[in-house]
Design a protein around this ligand. Structure first.
Ligand SMILES: Nc1ncnc2c1ncn2[C@@H]1O[C@H](COP(=O)(O)OP(=O)(O)O)[C@@H](O)[C@H]1O
Ligand SMILES: [Mg+2]
Length: 350
């Protein structure tokens, strides 16, 4: 549905200075996919998403949407392409002087639809779709953030687009509201066959609803894959850091008051982090290894994330014993879980 080929964007800052915001992006997004782009602030995410609907012209590279190369389209041609591409924003961008219904009707009027009856019917339909039937005559100021974004979504879908672009659409919302908006996006994808691109700096958002994700770092894609793979097996240090903040929340909290050492000392407990993926999550790994080696294994923290309907479990265990026993326990654990690694040695009592 969307193909970006070798996209560069160089902003001219003044006569002497330029800024290379995108440095050769290649991206293929499939029809009906929810595709996430994550990166730190300034990485180039907004530039990238604005290139998909040509609100920003690439300095180099090709933009192909629904099999049409739109890179060299004139403004008049782009207008009809943009009808196929809805967009929602962090700040909702609603018109405060218009009611909810009028906000949603706005793109229909722009599109030249002048039958009041048709517009009313379509607006009703759209508001129902986003769960705001009862708010038609209310002004944006009277709505919560989540409701404002629902209006934003209804407005973005007014002209029946094939693609929905979301630029930090949930970044101004609390976690619960974020979750409800993401659920709505998933439903809309299923119901309308939309292709959705989600730009965010929050991996929580990616975790909840993206099929695939690209990590963007200083204008380049540093890592890309199925969401579950990126979470279970991140390759680059930036990705690991982002993933860690979500998947390792409990362990990180624990490590704030338990200092671990990198080297073994007599009497130390070794902490291992164990990752469980899919059906492996149900094996009695801890009991097996404890029995096999006759060691004590304690559970320090545990967390299960559901990603693309698969469980990804993270368990932190401590193993007590001499260095050799700990080494053997590590080997046995590694055989039985998706991934295991040593976090460190606890020398003193926590
Ligand atoms: N219109 C512009 N003119 C000049 N520089 C810009 C413009 N838009 C963005 N930039 C710069 O390009 C880089 C990427 O910005 P942006 O795409 O907004 O990043 P993100 O959305 O990931 O935070 C930043 O360094 C930003 O300052
Ligand atoms: Mg941005």
């Amino acid at each position: 549905m969307i193909k970006l080929e070798n996209i560069h964007k160089i902003y001219k800052l003044d006569k002497k200075h330029t800024l290379h915001a995108l440095k050769g992006i290649d991206l293929h997004i499939n029809k009906g996919e929810i595709f996430g782009v994550i990166g730190l602030s300034g990485a180039g995410k907004s530039t990238l998403i604005r290139i998909i609907n040509m609100l920003e012209t690439p300095t180099e590279g090709r933009v192909i949407v629904d099999n049409a190369d739109i890179t060299d389209y004139k403004e008049s041609q782009l207008r009809s392409v943009r009808k196929q591409i809805g967009m929602i924003f962090q700040q909702f961008n609603l018109l405060s002087s218009l009611t909810v219904a009028k906000n949603v009707a706005f793109p229909l009027e722009l599109d030249g639809c002048n039958s009041k009856e048709d517009i009313d019917k379509r607006v009703k339909e759209l508001l129902k779709m986003v769960g705001l039937e009862d708010k038609a005559d209310v002004y944006p100021a009277q709505l919560s953030g989540g409701q404002k974004q629902r209006v934003g979504i209804a407005r973005a879908l007014a002209t029946n687009p094939k693609i929905l672009l979301c630029d930090e659409a949930t970044s101004a919302l609390d976690p619960k509201t974020t979750s409800s908006i993401l659920k709505l996006l998933c439903q809309l994808r299923d119901k309308l066959g939309l292709t959705i691109v989600i730009i965010t700096h929050q991996l929580e958002v990616i975790k909840e609803c993206c099929d695939r994700v690209a990590v963007i770092d200083e204008g380049l894609i540093s890592e890309m894959g199925n969401t579950i793979d990126i979470f279970a097996n991140p390759q680059k240090s930036l990705t690991r850091r982002l993933v860690s903040a979500v998947v390792r929340k409990d362990l990180n909290a624990l490590l704030e008051y338990t200092k671990l050492s990198d080297t073994y000392k007599a009497g130390a407990k070794a902490w291992f982090e164990l990752l469980f993926l899919g059906d492996k999550a149900e094996d009695p790994v801890i009991v097996e290894v404890a029995t096999l080696l006759n060691v004590k294994i304690g559970i320090m923290s545990g967390q299960i994330n559901r990603i693309q309907n698969q469980p990804l479990g993270v368990l932190v265990v401590s193993v007590e014993g001499d260095e050799d026993t700990i080494k053997r326990a590590y080997e046995e654990l590694q055989k039985r879980v998706y991934r295991a690694h040593l976090v460190g040695y606890q020398v003193e009592e926590a």
